[in-house]
Design a protein around this ligand. Structure first.
Ligand code: GAR
Length: 215
């Protein structure tokens, strides 16, 4: 499966996906890396790996519709089958999301549907939750919503700061995203009634990843 990875910043999840896709038996290839910010340091990972990369600077567009139209055309021109948002901090129009329905994934650093949006780690600490984690899900028009492919859980420890918790969750994200992408790229994860069901032959989930039921 030919995928694009969409980033806005550091791109550590992009790097995890680049490393996963480098394995010969991995069922996806990165055809394009896109950033909406010209100075996103994650672009260097694409550069180093020799992967085509482009900036579509959202500041150069008057409206979200215009930005999304160029984003859509760029993905189509590159013959992308699946877009993977990895720290892509941009609200997309409903029209765009509907065109990429079940063809766009996102990773979010919480156990959705808890803690959507921003400042996720501090909010988890403030709420006193004992477990947090990360979620890979198909994108829907509502922010941080959509059928869940897989989740990884991590403990929230008494002395955690937002930064410490973010680092622990990020390490789990780097295992979770390649794992979830593999399921989707192999056609084993499909959406039925707005939930993801997994068909037979699931690879063993590395702890602490949790899977949807077989369907
Ligand atoms: C990751 O923690 C990702 O889950 C989060 O941004 C970070 C990007 O890091 N995404 C969101 O909060 C989306 N709602 P990275 O650029 O190093 O991959």
């Amino acid at each position: 499966m030919r995928i694009a990875v969409l980033i806005s910043g550091r791109g550590s999840n992009l790097k995890a996906l680049i490393d996963a896709c480098a394995a010969e038996d991995f069922p996806a290839d990165i055809g394009l890396v896109l950033s909406n910010r010209p100075n996103a340091s994650g672009l260097l990972h694409a550069e180093e790996a020799g992967i085509p990369h482009k900036v579509i600077d959202h500041k150069e567009f008057k409206t979200r519709e215009e930005f999304d139209a160029v984003l859509h055309r760029t993905l189509e021109d590159a013959e992308i089958e699946l877009a993977c948002n990895a720290g892509f901090m941009r609200i997309l129009t409903d029209d765009f999301v509907n065109r990429w329905r079940d063809r766009m994934l996102n990773i979010h650093p919480s156990l959705l549907p808890a803690f959507k949006g921003l400042h996720v780690h501090q909010r988890a600490i403030d709420a006193g939750v004992r477990i947090s984690g990360a979620t890979v899900h198909f994108v829907r028009p509502e922010m941080d919503e959509g059928p869940i492919v897989a989740q990884a859980a991590v403990p929230v420890l008494p002395d955690d700061t937002a930064d410490v918790l973010a680092e622990r969750i990020l390490a789990a994200e780097h295992k979770l995203y390649p794992f979830a992408l593999r399921l989707v790229a192999e056609g084993k994860a499909r959406v039925a009634d707005e939930r993801v069901v997994i068909s037979d032959g699931i690879p063993d989930a590395p702890a602490p990843i949790f899977m949807p039921p077989l369907g």
